[in-house]
Every structure is written in C-alpha cells, then in structure tokens.
Ligand binder design. Structure first.
Ligand code: SF4
Length: 430
C-alpha cells in the first residue's frame, strides 16, 4: 500500500525542488545534493523523503493515473458551494476569501459564533472549497508511533499525567525501530511521527539512535517529544528528523499556567521559535474547549498558531480523561472544533490541517466532517497493539484495539470516497 504518489522533479532552485504530480506542481525542500531534473522522488509534508528508481515510479504512476483523475472529479463535486443557499454574511466572507483578503478579528469571531445549521453547512462548504482551490485533492497521511506513556508532567487534562496511576510502558529502542520498519515496509508509510510523554529515560543518545535508524528506512521523521532543550532538537535534526509537533495548547498565559503546572507559555512559544530556527517543518496548534476559554481566546489561538507560519495545524478537542483534575468537565462540542478548522483554513489558506485521533474519538463522523470543513491531513495510529491501548491521554480513545490494517483500510476508503489522493502537498512560502 502506498501513501504518497511519486513526484517528478521539474526544476531545482537551491534547497527547493519543483515537482510534478500529473500536471500539478508542488514545492519540496531538499537536503541532499544528488537530485536532478527528471528524477522521481517521494515527498511528505513538503520535505524530500527519498529517491525512487524511474521504472518503479512509472509503474506506480501507471496504476495511479486513472484513479487520480477519478478522485479529482469526486473531490471537485464535493467542494462545490451552493451559492443560492448563502446568506449575505457568508457571501461577503466568501468574496473576501476569494479576493485573498485577510479576515478581521471581529469577522473571525462572528464566524466562530455561528450556530444556525444552514449557516454552519455553508461555512464548512466554503472552507472545503478553499482547501480544494489551494491543494487540489492532495492529502497527507502520516503514521504515528506512541513509544512511551511515561511523562514527567502533570497537565490537568491528560490521562498519562505523572500522578495518575496507570500501567506504564516504554518501548525499547529496537522495538521502536522494528515498528517503524514494519510501517514503512509492510504498510508503505512515507512519514512517521515518533511521539511520547516527556520521558527523559530517552536521553539524547537514545533519541539520536532512534531517529538515525528510522530515517535510514527512507521516511520523513517527525518528532513529538514535548519540552526538550534546543540542543536536543538540534541533535535530532542532525540525526535526520525534519519535522516536529509541538502545540502551545492555549495563547492565554493565565489559563496555560492553570492547566500545565510547572511550565510556562513563554518557554513553549520560545521552543516553537527555536524549532523553526533549527529548520524543522513545524506542526502546532492548541486544545479547544478548556474550562474558562472564550471564543476570543480561540481566535487568539488561531492567530498565535498562524504567527509561527506552521506547515501543519493540529487541534486537540478537550475530551475527559478519568482520574484527572478535568475528569468531570464536559467534552467540547464537535461544531466548535469544525468551526476552528474552517476559520484556520481561511486565515492560512495554504496550510495543512490535521484531523487528530482525538477528534475521531469525540464523534464517529468527525473525521469525515473535518475533511469536508477544511482539513486535509490524517494520522493513523500504528503503535503496536500491545501498547496502543495504554496511551490513553483521554477516555475511550478510538482505534485503541483495531488492527493496523483495518485502521489503514478505513482511512484510505474514506479518502477515496471524498476524492482525495495522497500526493504530497508541498511547502509554503518557497
Ligand atoms: S499533555 Fe503531554 S506533557 Fe502534559 S502530561 Fe500529557 S503527555 Fe505529559
């Protein structure tokens, strides 16, 4: 199974290559110097992953060609907006977005406060239309390996917080590498996220060893390790990691201090800037539905995320986790998450927006609905089954016991039903 379509290099300019997918051009960051025009490559998240022999690439492209154009037709049909159903307000927003004008904060707030089902339907349709206009039917599919549920922190919302008494696991280095190899060789993943709680049992030396070995498999290595030093992240970049996921959780410093004792928003924001400076492709975002959070906070969160010019946005809806200080809080409403996705699509039209596992847990249809409200990226949990159910950062995590093959099958079927193709979607601002 293949989660990326081979791309042909048609131009190279320094560290950036322009590649072609069936007539559509994308930009890709390259960090090797043996690439030339007409080479075929895999790219993920706008980053070069590996070269593919021409005959192998042509063979794969042959099987894709017909499917690709069929998928495009489906996607285009689903991204149509029924103009007749637009209210004057929605029409005004659409016109601004079409003219690529920035929305003002009050306009964003007004969108976030929409509640009428018909207006929400139109809002999501517009966001889907913008997604389609910017990216065609491209979508990213990454695999995620959650390799340790130990954490030195005590975030109030988190089911693997230090003080919670739960069965803990820590995958050994060779187990992590074996899981990544299996994902790459048996399932065809081209991008793998290595995630854990803040577990300092994995020191720099161990992490470098893991990253080097996983990069050698010919995949994009994405790290999600929480607050580590800039020096650690530099070493991991040198070892081959090219993408990092670090959410700031909320832009409201007072709220941040309440939910993440012992850490500060300032440190987190600084680390995201450091990651950017090192050269990482950044994924960031926040939690939606924290107690005391206002709609104004959510708009500020979107704007702070935008400030980092991330390559991917990741939003975590608040979901109850037993035995935590937030155990009895209500989970967030699905529409608030979908509205946040849609507005983010308007604010940063060229972005990648992820559908998180948490959103799927919130509502069985949410994955599909989010993909039709501006989102374009998926992550599939490929943590070995013996451990997966133990990474319970919230209750009833979806797919905790599903066979990986079935989880992949479900996601690919959904993408195809929506007319999405797993081409890479390229880097921004190149
Ligand atoms: S949210 Fe992250 S840092 Fe906080 S307790 Fe959970 S795993 Fe640890």
């Amino acid at each position: 199974m293949c989660y990326a379509i081979p791309a042909k290099i048609i131009a190279i300019n320094g560290m950036t290559a322009t590649v072609d997918y069936f007539g559509e051009e994308r930009k890709v960051l390259i960090d090797v110097d043996d690439l030339k025009i007409n080479d075929y490559i895999y790219a993920q998240g706008g980053v070069f992953v590996r070269k593919i022999p021409q005959d192998e690439a042509l063979e794969i492209l042959k099987t894709w060609k017909e499917v690709f154009f069929e998928l495009k037709k489906t996607d285009a049909a689903l991204a149509k907006i029924d103009q007749d159903k637009l209210s004057p307000n929605a029409l005004a927003v659409l016109q601004k977005i079409n003219l690529r004008k920035s929305l003002t904060k009050p306009e964003m707030l007004a969108l976030l406060e929409l509640n009428d089902p018909q207006e929400l339907k139109v809002l999501y349709e517009i966001a889907n239309n913008v997604r389609q206009r910017e990216h065609g039917n491209s979508s990213c599919v990454h695999g995620i390996i959650e390799f340790s549920n130990y954490c030195s922190n005590n975030c109030y919302y988190c089911g693997i917080r230090k003080e919670r008494e739960i069965p803990r696991y820590r995958m050994q280095i060779d187990e992590i590498i074996a899981a990544a190899k299996h994902a790459s060789e048996n399932y065809g993943f081209k991008a793998l996220v290595l995630q854990s709680g803040e577990d300092f049992w994995y020191d720099d030396e161990k992490l470098v060893q893991i990253v080097k070995a996983v990069r050698k498999l010919g995949v994009l290595v994405f790290v999600s390790l929480g607050l580590r030093t800039k020096e650690t992240y530099k070493k991991l970049y040198a070892a081959g990691a090219r993408a990092a996921l670090l959410r700031f959780e909320t832009s409201n410093a007072e709220l941040f201090a309440k939910i993440r004792p012992g850490t500060t928003l300032e440190d987190r924001v600084q680390l995201i800037k450091d990651l950017k400076e090192i050269g990482y492709v950044i994924a960031t975002g926040f939690i939606i539905g924290l107690p005391g959070e206002t709609n104004q906070d959510i708009i500020n969160n979107i704007l702070l995320a935008r400030y980092f010019a991330p390559d991917m946005y990741s939003f975590g809806p608040l979901i109850q986790a037993s035995d935590t200080p937030f155990a009895t809080l209500p989970s967030v409403a699905k529409d608030l998450v979908l509205k946040t996705i849609a507005i983010t699509r308007f604010v940063d039209s060229n972005s990648n927006i992820l559908v998180t596992t948490a959103l799927e847990t919130l509502d069985a249809n949410a994955k599909r609905e989010a993909l039709l409200a501006g989102a374009n990226s998926l992550m599939i949990n490929i943590t070995p089954k013996d451990y997966r159910h133990l990474y319970q950062i919230y209750n009833n995590k979806v797919n905790a016991n599903l066979e990986i093959e079935n989880a992949i099958d479900d996601s690919v079927k959904l993408l195809y039903a929506l007319g999405r193709a797993p081409t890479d979607i390229g880097v921004k601002n190149c």
